[in-house]
Design a protein around this ligand. Structure first.
Ligand code: GYE
Length: 331
């Protein structure tokens, strides 16, 4: 009985909100049809993955600052790496009738239902950082973020070059990102593609550390026991690489020498470890997506069509390059 009442109440609230949206200057298409809204009336809902890594913290800060600078209201939620929390946040943004919803999908699958709800409410959705694997690309306006396959390839290419003169087998441990997340899937794929050309490279173990430092440490501790003769660790982000450093040192070995480490991200702590010789190579993944996201929101408001795929520009760092870049590194 209570449940039925609750549902009925929710229905009334939804209807009321829908009424407001179509009656006022409106969200989504309604806004575009009526002409652009003044910037200070725009409201954007952002559903963040969590705060699992240095990258994520830098990404959150950059997005919040960029919207503040642009004078656009940003509603922000942290899903603590749980898809159900992100779905709840997106539903609440739909109910509130925001003008644009942006989110970084924690995993690739399982978004069609909620994205169809946003579409039905005429609220444009922008994907930032991570992709969804939906077949229906009308469910989002634009996808802004890195090419993770390319990042995996760059990591693989460094490994191939580093061991070019070696004929011995090269044993590799892979620390994977969050299971099912686009960067975990694609960074594994790009890396495997490149090292696969030579069968001296062998991934002896591959396990998720959930993109966290604690996860990287714990998994490395366990995997080192089973594979004491490993040559290299490929971590899908800096934080897991930093966790691996702790585990390697605790095992009485020297990170960067006894066991080489390649990571992705190039956040400050990672760059420091690279400059200190504890990491050997970092593939950059830029978390600074805020300004481009503001641009996309403005384009939508003006009734323009943003590019469907906007790829972030990024580079790579050797130990020497990290020493040079560190003093100016903002995050
Ligand atoms: O590499 C990792 C973070 O999705 C690109 O998520 C992002 C990844 C980033 O937790 O550090």
């Amino acid at each position: 009985m209570k449940k039925i009442f609750g549902l009925a109440t929710a229905g009334v609230i939804l209807l009321t909100l829908a009424g407001c949206a179509s009656g006022g200057s409106g969200g989504g298409d309604a806004g575009a049809a009526a002409g652009p809204k003044p910037t200070d009336e725009l409201v954007v809902g952002f559903a963040q993955v969590g705060a699992e890594s240095g990258w994520r913290t830098a990404n959150t800060t950059d997005i919040q600052n960029s919207f503040k600078d642009a004078g656009i209201e940003l509603k922000f939620s942290d899903a603590q790496q749980k898809q159900e929390n992100q779905i709840k946040a997106i539903r609440s943004y739909i109910q509130q009738g925001v003008d644009v919803i942006a989110f970084s999908p924690v995993v690739e699958t399982g978004w069609d239902a909620v994205l169809n709800e946003a579409k039905a409410a005429n609220i444009p959705v922008v994907l930032t950082d991570r992709a969804v694997d939906s077949q229906d690309d009308s469910l989002y306006v634009s996808f802004l973020g890195s090419d993770f396959i390319e990042e995996g390839k760059k990591a693989g290419q460094w490994v191939v070059d580093e061991y070019a003169d070696s004929t011995d087998p090269v044993k590799i441990i892979q620390l994977e990102g969050t299971t099912g997340a686009a960067p975990a899937i694609d960074r594994a794929e790009g890396f495997a593609d490149v090292i696969g050309a030579d069968d001296k490279f062998e991934i002896v173990a591959s396990q998720t550390g959930d993109f966290t430092r604690a996860g990287g440490k714990q998994v490395t501790e366990a995997l080192l026991k089973a594979n004491p003769d490993v040559d290299l660790i490929y971590a899908h982000n800096d934080d897991m690489g930093l966790g691996a450093i702790e585990a390697i040192e605790a095992a009485g070995l020297v990170p960067g020498e006894d066991i080489k480490i390649v990571t992705v991200d190039a956040v400050k702590d990672g760059m420091q470890a690279l400059a200190d010789g504890k990491i050997n190579f970092i593939v950059e993944c830029s978390p600074l997506l805020g300004k481009q996201l503001v641009d996309i929101v403005n384009q939508i408001n003006e009734g323009e069509t943003p590019e469907k795929r906007i790829i972030t520009e990024e580079t790579t760092f050797t130990q020497e390059q990290a020493v040079e870049a560190l003093p100016d590194r903002q995050y």
